[in-house]
Design a protein around this ligand. Sequence first.
Ligand SMILES: [Zn+2]
Length: 283
Amino acid sequence: MHRTSFESRKSHDPPTPLSRTTLATCRTRGAQALLLVSAITPTTHLNSDQARYLLCDRLNIPPPPPIVNGPPYHCHPDCKTDRKSRLACPHGYHQTMCPKFWLTSVRHNEWLHFLKLTLQKWMGYSCIEGNYLHHSADTCKKVDLLIHALDRPDDHPVMADPTFICVQSKAYLPRASRDLPKLLKSREVDKDDKHGPGCRGIEREFVPMVLTVQGSAAPCFWAWWDKAWLRALHRHVATGGTSQDVSVARHQALAALQAVAVRCTTIALLRLQTDPNHPAGRP
Ligand SMILES: [Zn+2]
C-alpha cells in the first residue's frame, strides 16, 4: 500500500538529486543495521542529539538545534572551506566531512578501533592499527590496519584502509544522484590503485573499505566482512557455540560500528558550531 502510493507520488513529484541520493544510500547494504538493532547496549547506545541526527539524516530534513543552528548555517568561523564557498549547510553535510579539529580523524580512528576489537574477539585475528603501516619502503603511502590469522600462516595478511564519505556532500552529490553504486565502486578503485600494488607486492591482500556516513559500504568491504564472519562461525561452533550466537554478534557489531559513526558525526556537528571549549562539542 505504502509502496504503491510512494511510487505514484514519485511520478507526480520527482525526487530531487538530494532525496534520490539519500534513498539510494539508505537502501545500500549496512545502512539499516542500527535501526534494526535487537538490543540497546553501551556500544549501540545513542543520546538524544545523536538519535535526532540519525533520524533527520534518514528523513532528509535539517537536524534541529543545537545539532545544526541557523540560518545562516555556516560551519566553524575558522573553516576555510566554508568561507571560500559560502556554504549553506542546513543538513550538516559539509560538517560531516569537515576536517577541522581532526573530527573526521577521530571518527575514522574510533570506528577502526571497534572493528579491531571485533576481529580479535570473534575471528581471533591478530590486528595492528596505526599510522606506521607502510607497504612500500620507497613511498610514504600507508594503510590503517593489518589483519593476520596466526593459525593460518600460509594465508596472506590483509591490509585495510577505511574511508568515510558523505555522498550528499557537494563533492559527491552529482555523481551519487546519478549512480551511487558506480560512485562507490570508483572510490574503491581509487583506493586500490593507491595501495593495492604496494600491498600485493609484499604478499599482503588489500581491502579498500569505502564507507558512507549512513553506515552503508561498498562491495569490497562486504566480501571481506562475510568471509571474516564465516571464520567466526567455524571457530564458535567448533568450541560448542551456536550459529545463532554468531548471527546476533554479527548484527550487533555492524550496528555498533554504525553507532560509532553517528556518535562521532553528531559530536562534530555540535563542536563546529559551538565554542570549541564547550563540553557539548568536546570529542
Ligand atoms: Zn567546515
